[in-house]
Design a protein around this ligand. Structure first.
Ligand SMILES: *Cc1c(COP(=O)(O)O)cnc(C)c1O
Length: 862
């Protein structure tokens, strides 16, 4: 018989061991090895069986063993020490508080929304990079003391688990999670203690209800909304069934719950603890964008604002991060579907879901060229005064991709910045490195990214022996997983004797693990199977290759790529040197990042927005062998790994793959392998270890999530909080003023004209640096001189009259006459060659983040 439902019952802890409860439920244990050790000590064999999950450990350990530990002096002393350590971690001032004490004006609180969070494998609420990044963001925020509240959904089945069929096809399983068996507690009403039940209106007078689980990630609460409760009808119960499963209708319900329900969850949480409301709302990707319309509704119904003033107030405190460099990767819904969920009863224009807002105005927020489509990224940009991409290159790509929302502006003027992603060192760096680093440098190495340069003091033999230890661990893990996978594929133990010879702890180990969308090119390594086989089987300098990754269940093409790799790796001649490991997740990923010598990444540039797995490898002294895309484009320095040359301009995809695969083989054969196998008298590959040291020293501080979170705090959260404070002060006076200004400037703009431009002062044969005076007459359509910015723009002129390499010079008001308002500038010729200039007008208001924000510009009509 199979159980219909399951639930987990936690053991009753002896009073003396009560501290095990907070130590198991606060996910800080997942990046605190000493706490993990303590749980291991309870019962080492059981600890392995429960896969290092403290809650399961406490559920399965025998009461007799707990009674024994309660009188074990050593155990209890260590328990007390760790409890105090956790209390200190949670209570003491950290970087954020220290900055504030020094007078920094930082955000009072930040709400961070994401559709997935990868905090730990015990809470499998993620599919890939986006979720892991969100998890690392929370952990680093906790370490730094950033007052963040995170918001997402609790999926009953998380993402799928992957296995292989006998013929190498991906099979998917969706094990149901039991919230009672997870490190979660319910959000309850302050007075009654009853679970908080959120309500979101659905079409046809239905109501979607959700309870709110809290996962405690160090100092940061993660609120997870769950619709699987008896109060919902069966269809609505299923809203939070799976991550990225289901059709568009399912998806929009999830996003409505995450965005609108999410804001309500934040309010219920702060209310229950008497905390102040967050000043800043951060959308990690556009999926949770409906949070902005809910906050507009709050201001309309609660503070009596009109829509435009409410929008101005919400924009001031909203940050939007975009993660995809391809238009096809952006979340879009049919406008009719949005109308269906937000619309009014009997076709009235007032929204039934968000009373006080009109459906047309909501739809306007997500409009794009195609009027039948609602674009979540466009909504993110319209709701957030500040926006960013996730690497420098992705910033450039995003400014180009969204240039259409700023017509008349050059791509590099589009107000989208970048914060390069980072990874949480205590989660991803092997304990061996963390211990070595703490001993050599001190805790600030990881917490504040100071002192990495002192890694040069570590002896080459120590660096090399750490690399060897980690590779050896990976080899054991690979064998364990290969055996398990073959058993699942129908093999018997008797046939699997060869598995103990899979991989060799002495052989150069290359890793490739990631999701399997086409652009990541899982099978590029198989482009020339003969050449790869020769490298794997080289008698002197072999390479071994570990591959992993999940394909989206609906992506048959991705599954075919996986099958291609599996079939290659099944060949008895090479199966000891190449493996495909099913079910890539955090628990596997860790071994790969620790143990691989080389981390391979070969996306189609520039489709990898950032990429973070290579950063995790680098933190462990892995060397990256990668196309210059995402983070690697800005951080490759010639000594920390290898850049596979890209054939960017080649449009024939087959030829491009051939060229790039060829370059990758070439690098492996000519540079990577010789360096690894070139040993000195002590058996140490000196040139290799030099690169490992260089990688740790130079990439270490740059790839940290603590660096990333500090960048967000200083460059995005603090300015957004200041804008938000100004916007709401004095009964929203500034928000109303901005809304009034924007309305007026949009109405006036068709009448804003550059009527005449003259230059003087240029000699007949000007040389670079020659003085140049410009005068321009403008009509401002009723706007005041102080309400615009007037600029002279000088640059090189190409064949199409386009200005490039431009220099922008502000022009000042110098009077007015019957021709209009006169603006002048005295400047000098900035370039040689064919040089030109123009004059343009932009709106200007002190409460806007930049003059480009309203996306209006007036230039002379030619
Ligand atoms: C880091 C990580 C990813 C993301 O890696 P990319 O390089 O961004 O593709 C995906 N899955 C897991 C389990 C990870 O740890």
């Amino acid at each position: 018989m199979k159980a219909l439902r399951r639930f987990t019952v936690r053991a009753h802890l002896p009073a003396r061991l009560a501290a095990l409860e907070p130590l198991s439920t606060n996910l800080r244990w997942s990046w605190h090895p000493e706490t993990q050790d303590l749980f291991g000590r309870i019962d080492p064999a059981l600890w392995t069986r429960v896969r290092h999950d403290p809650i399961r450990m406490l559920g399965e350990v025998s009461p007799a063993r707990l009674d024994e530990l309660a009188i074990d002096g050593d155990f209890v002393a260590e328990l007390d020490r760790l409890e105090r350590d956790l209390d200190t971690y949670l209570g003491q001032p950290r970087w954020y508080q220290n900055q504030q004490a020094k007078g920094a004006d930082l955000a009072g609180g930040i709400a961070y929304f994401s559709m997935e969070f990868g905090v730990s494998e015990v809470l499998p609420n993620y599919s890939g990079g986006l979720g892991i990044l969100a998890g690392d963001h929370l952990k680093a925020a906790s370490d730094l003391g950033v007052p963040l509240i995170a918001v997402g959904l609790l999926y009953r089945s998380g993402y799928f688990r992957q296995s292989l069929t006998a013929d190498g096809w991906q099979a998917e399983h969706y094990p149901a999670l039991d919230p009672q068996g997870l490190p979660l507690r319910l959000l309850t009403e302050p007075g009654s203690g009853a679970p908080v039940l959120l309500r979101v209106a659905m079409p046809g007078n239905r109501v979607l209800r959700a309870r709110v689980w809290i996962a405690q990630v160090g100092r940061v609460p993660l609120l997870l909304l769950d619709s699987d409760i008896a109060e919902n009808d069966p269809e609505l119960r299923g809203v939070t069934d799976r991550l990225y499963g289901g059709d568009q209708d399912h998806r929009i319900k999830q996003e409505i719950l995450a965005g609108i329900g999410g804001v309500r969850a934040v309010r219920a949480y702060t209310h229950s603890l008497g905390l102040a409301d967050p000043e800043v709302f951060h959308m990690n990707e556009g999926h949770a964008g409906f949070l902005g319309v809910e906050r507009i509704r709050e201001l309309i119904t609660g503070s009596g604002l009109d829509f435009e003033s409410a929008l101005a107030a919400v924009r001031a405190g909203t940050v939007f991060t975009t993660h995809t460099p391809v238009p096809a990767g952006i979340d879009r819904f049919p406008v009719d579907l949005v109308r269906h969920y937000f619309g009014g009863v009997h076709g009235e224009n007032e929204s039934a879901l968000l009373p006080g807002l009109t459906v047309d105005r909501i739809i306007d927020l997500g409009r794009e060229n195609d009027p039948s489509v609602f674009n979540m990224a466009h909504m993110g940009l319209r709701l957030g005064q500040r926006a960013n991409g996730v690497s420098k290159l992705h910033g450039i790509v995003s400014r180009e991709m969204f240039n259409g929302l700023w017509p008349g502006f050059d791509a590099d003027e589009v107000p989208i910045g970048s914060v390069t992603n980072g990874v949480h060192a205590p989660t991803w760096a092997a304990r061996e490195w963390m211990d070595l680093a703490r001993r050599a440098v001190g805790p600030e190495l990881v917490e504040e990214a100071r002192g990495w340069e002192r890694l040069q003091e570590i002896a080459p033999t120590d660096l090399w022996s750490t690399r060897n230890t980690l590779r050896e661990q990976l080899v054991q893990e690979v064998r364990r997983r290969v055996r398990a996978s073959w058993l699942e594929r129908g093999a018997t133990d008797a046939e699997l004797g060869w598995v103990s010879g899979v991989f060799d702890p002495e052989v150069l180990t290359v890793g490739f693990a990631r999701r399997v969308p086409t652009y990541k090119r899982l099978t590029l390594m198989l482009r020339d199977p003969g050449r790869l086989r020769a490298m794997l089987l080289d008698p002197e300098r072999p390479v071994q290759l570990v591959v992993a990754g999940k394909s989206h269940p609906a992506d048959e093409g991705g599954k075919a790529l996986i099958q291609q790799v599996v079939r290659f790796a099944d060949d008895p001649e090479v199966r000891h040197r190449i493996v495909f490991l099913p079910d890539y997740d955090m628990s596997m990923a860790r071994y790969l990042y620790w143990g691989c010598d080389v981390w391979l990444n070969n996306p189609l540039r520039p489709l990898e927005a950032c990429g973070t797995s290579g950063m995790k490898s680098a933190l462990n002294g892995g060397l990256n062998l990668s196309i210059r895309d995402g983070w690697w484009d800005e951080m490759f320095d010639g000594e920390n790994g290898w850049a596979i040359p890209t054939a960017d301009g080649v449009t024939d995809e087959v030829r491009r793959d051939d060229l790039e695969a060829g370059a990758m083989y070439e690098l492996l054969e000519r540079s990577v392998l010789p360096k690894f196998y070139d040993r000195d008298a002590d058996g140490v590959p000196a040139r290799w270890v030099q690169m490992v040291r260089h990688t740790l020293q130079h990439l270490g501080p740059k790839v940290l999530a603590s660096r990333m979170v500090r960048d967000y705090v200083v460059d995005y959260y603090a300015p957004a909080a200041r804008s938000a404070r100004v916007a709401v002060a004095d009964g929203f006076a500034a928000a109303r003023q901005v809304a009034e200004y924007r309305g007026r400037v949009e109405a006036a703009w068709p009448d804003v004209r550059v009527v005449q431009v003259d230059s003087s002062g240029l000699p007949d044969t000007p040389v670079i640096g020659a003085a140049l005076s410009l005068r321009a007459y403008l009509r401002l359509g009723g706007l005041a001189v102080s309400e615009v910015t007037v600029q002279a723009v000088l640059g090189r002129v190409g064949a199409d009259e386009e200005l490039t390499d431009v220099v922008t010079v502000p022009m000042r008001h110098a009077g007015s006459d019957e021709l209009g308002e006169l603006f002048v500038a005295d400047t000098s010729v900035p370039l040689s060659g064919s040089v030109g200039y123009t004059v343009r007008v932009l709106p200007h208001h002190p409460l806007l983040a930049s003059d480009a924000e309203p996306a209006l510009v007036a230039e002379p009509h030619l």
